[in-house]
Design a protein around this ligand. Structure first.
Ligand SMILES: Cc1cc2nc3c(=O)[nH]c(=O)nc-3n(C[C@H](O)[C@H](O)[C@H](O)COP(=O)(O)OP(=O)(O)OC[C@H]3O[C@@H](n4cnc5c(N)ncnc54)[C@H](O)[C@@H]3O)c2cc1C
Length: 156
């Protein structure tokens, strides 16, 4: 069925409202993201989520106050660099990118209630969850695929 010019203009005119509505629905219902693990994967994800949408409330859960990178550790071992050059804090994520950083370890997940329990006894509610604790949870390729599928289903 061909659209009349009037129908087409009316459709195009309603698009910004649809997009604005979708954005509003996202920010109202899916604005809280919890990222577990502040290594390469988790910290990068938290930073770019905030850069993509500054209205997102992004919380990074990481037990350590400093991250020592594995890359370049060999250069430190042979004395060509000092340890400080491969050690990074979380201040830039907080101050430059507005990521809330909680120094604690995640101990349990409740995917039904959308809650993460931390070892300091508190819980965090989320709309979307990112798991990036490296080998602590994900051990094999098969397990990685299963976990990925689970998380995709869970985050739908
Ligand atoms: C010696 C060595 C040299 C390497 N060199 C290179 C290189 O040159 N180039 C390269 O690309 N890769 C290199 N890698 C690999 C690279 O370090 C990893 O691929 C990368 O660190 C993986 O990132 P990730 O975010 O998955 O995990 P990680 O960077 O390990 O981060 C995981 C984070 O999760 C946190 N965490 C764990 N459990 C919990 C929990 N329960 N709750 C909250 N937080 C938790 C940990 O404290 C950690 O900070 C090297 C690795 C090693 C061991």
């Amino acid at each position: 069925m061909a659209l009349t010019r009037r129908q087409l203009l009316s459709l195009v005119g309603s698009l910004p409202l649809t997009v604005a509505g979708a954005h509003q629905a996202w920010t109202q219902t899916a604005g809280r993201v919890v990222v577990v693990g502040g290594g390469f994967g988790g910290a990068t994800c938290a930073k770019y989520l905030r850069r993509a949408d500054a209205t997102l409330d992004v919380t990074l859960v990481e037990p350590h106050r400093q991250f020592v990178t594995c890359p370049f550790s060999n250069v430190v071992l042979v004395g060509l660099r000092d340890l400080a050059s491969v050690t990074h804090g979380y201040e830039a994520l907080r101050q430059r990118h507005g990521v809330r950083v909680v120094h604690a370890a995640a101990t349990a997940l409740d995917p039904t209630a959308h809650r993460v329990t931390l070892d300091n006894g508190s819980t965090l509610a989320y709309d979307r969850l990112v798991l990036a604790p490296e080998k602590n949870v994900v051990r094999s390729g098969n397990c990685k695929r299963k976990m990925k599928k689970k998380m995709e289903k869970h985050n739908k």
